[in-house]
Design a binder for this molecule. Structure first.
Ligand SMILES: *Cc1c(COP(=O)(O)O)cnc(C)c1O
Length: 474
């Protein structure tokens, strides 16, 4: 499989090279040159497969030519293993829970860090290890996190022999659970940096480092945020998994997806284009609603950031949205480059009516306030006994308001475990004790390791240069 850039100017790459990169050299994002397409008969034949085998069938075309079948199978068996020694705590890996009226929550939070990002980052770490071992190379991972990405990336890469991972988080601005999930994983290749600044400062320094990699002395820099294609790829699988359990492909399924960077929901869009009958995709945002403003009013423009009870979706721009725009513009890279240029220069943009209408055939959207988030947590707990985290609650709220058909099952992606966001649960007035799962029970007693650095690019880059080779200088 070959991958091309959404801006049309960078060279096409194979899977291995896409895995080992960040943005394309023209500033675009990599997407598959041709999306695989499965027949309904083929999809139907997967109904009883265990998660790891379904993952193999769905993702195999994307890694073709780079990773041998036997290796890929073994990697997936390990990634999606269950039970005491396994990676995921639930037998079903991604269980479906019924709410009321043919509504479901797909629980994606039974991995090591209790959020859906484990599905992709557990795989990413293993793929990196496999590919780097084969090539005899080492890489440095540099990422910024406002919470969930950092811990999932560190958990996913902690055992990688050929990876040093540096995660920047804003000092004193992530929750204690989130911080401890990162800083208590000890290893000479794991480096937590608390930056004296906010999340955007962290993000900017990561971006600047990708643009100018001199400080790395030739070591490759790899991205772990959702611009990395392998993350999107891994997320396609659970759409198939959920839909098959609910009677697809004989019937169609609707999904509601709490989203910030448009990563998770873009995977659903791809699942549909690969042949899975998805009748509707709902973009569920919090008050940071750039995606909702596009879907409801055809205007994509940056606004100020509002901190909310669902911090993992607190974004101003949505990095993966460019991948959808590319398709909406007939995969014309020059058109996307022009659009993104005007966006960068401060203006927002609208797209031609036909393109917007095309998107609206599949997508609906809603922005949900903190108050509505809390009332949804309370409502669902009272009616169904299910305790939702604030991100998932936003998804359920949007599912209820935007649902087109009562006869299609409606699945909300459950993106995080409620124990990660106790403040929202408390604010919702739900009186239920929240307990960390067994593997994290002693989280508050564990030793933490973290370096506080000033909000200066040079300080960050010097630190990476000093510690990028298993704690030693590059
Ligand atoms: C990262 C995250 C999201 C947003 O995912 P995107 O891929 O950016 O849309 C939603 N909920 C939780 C809990 C997350 O950690």
């Amino acid at each position: 499989m070959r991958y091309i850039s959404t801006r049309g100017q960078a060279p096409a790459l194979n899977f291995e090279d896409v895995l080992l990169t960040g943005l394309a050299s023209d500033g675009g994002l990599y997407v598959p040159e041709n999306l695989p397409r499965f027949t309904l008969e083929e999809i139907a034949s997967w109904a009883d497969l265990p998660y790891h085998e379904l993952a193999f069938r769905v993702m195999r075309p994307f890694v073709a030519g780079s990773i041998a079948d036997a290796d890929f199978r073994r990697i997936l068996e390990e990634t999606y293993s269950v039970g005491e020694k396994g990676v995921f705590a639930h037998e079903a890996v991604a269980p479906l829970r019924p709410l009321k009226g043919n509504e479901w929550v797909l629980e994606l939070f039974h991995g090591p860090t209790l959020a859906f990002k484990d599905f992709a980052l557990q795989l990413l770490g293993r793929l990196l290890d496999h590919v780097l071992e084969k090539r005899g190379e080492r890489v440095v991972i540099l990422g910024a996190t406002s919470g969930d990405t950092g811990s999932a990336a560190i958990e996913g890469c902690r055992r990688c022999a050929n990876v040093d991972i540096f995660i920047l988080h804003p000092h004193q601005r992530v929750s204690e659970v989130q911080r401890r999930q990162m800083t208590t994983i000890l290893g000479d290749n794991i480096h937590n940096i608390a930056v004296e600044g906010n999340f955007d400062d962290c993000q900017e320094m990561v971006k600047a480092s990708f643009a100018d990699q001199g400080f790395l002395k030739g070591t490759r820099l790899v991205a772990v945020n959702s611009i990395n294609w392998a993350r999107i790829m891994a997320q396609i699988v659970y759409y198939f998994h959920a839909a098959l359990q609910l009677g697809a492909p004989a019937r169609s399924i609707a999904f509601s997806v709490p989203t910030g960077n448009f990563g998770d929901i873009f995977a659903g869009y791809l699942a549909r284009n690969m042949g899975l009958p998805i009748s509707q995709l709902i973009v569920a945002t919090n008050r940071n609603d750039i995606l909702h403003r596009f879907m409801s009013g055809n205007r994509y423009a940056k606004e100020t950031l509002h901190p909310t009870l669902s911090p993992s979706m607190d974004i101003m721009v949505s990095s993966n949205f460019e991948r959808l725009l590319f398709d909406l513009h007939g995969r014309n890279g020059a058109a996307i480059a022009a659009l993104m240029d005007s966006f960068r220069q401060g203006g927002g943009f609208s797209v031609e009516d036909e393109r917007w209408s095309e998107a609206r055939k599949l997508f609906d959207s809603l922005a949900v306030s903190d108050a509505e988030t809390c009332s949804t947590i309370a409502e669902v707990f009272d009616a169904c006994g299910e305790l939702l985290d604030p991100h998932t609650a936003i998804g359920v709220r949007a599912a209820r308001e935007c649902r087109r058909s009562l006869s299609s099952p409606m699945v909300t992606l459950g993106t995080a475990h409620p124990v990660k966001f106790p403040d929202a649960v408390r604010e919702a007035g739900v009186a239920r004790a929240l307990e960390l799962p067994a593997h994290l029970a002693d989280l508050f007693q564990r030793e933490e390791r973290c370096t506080v650095l000033p909000n200066q690019l040079q300080a960050i880059q010097a630190f990476v240069g000093q510690h990028g080779n298993r704690g030693k200088p590059l």
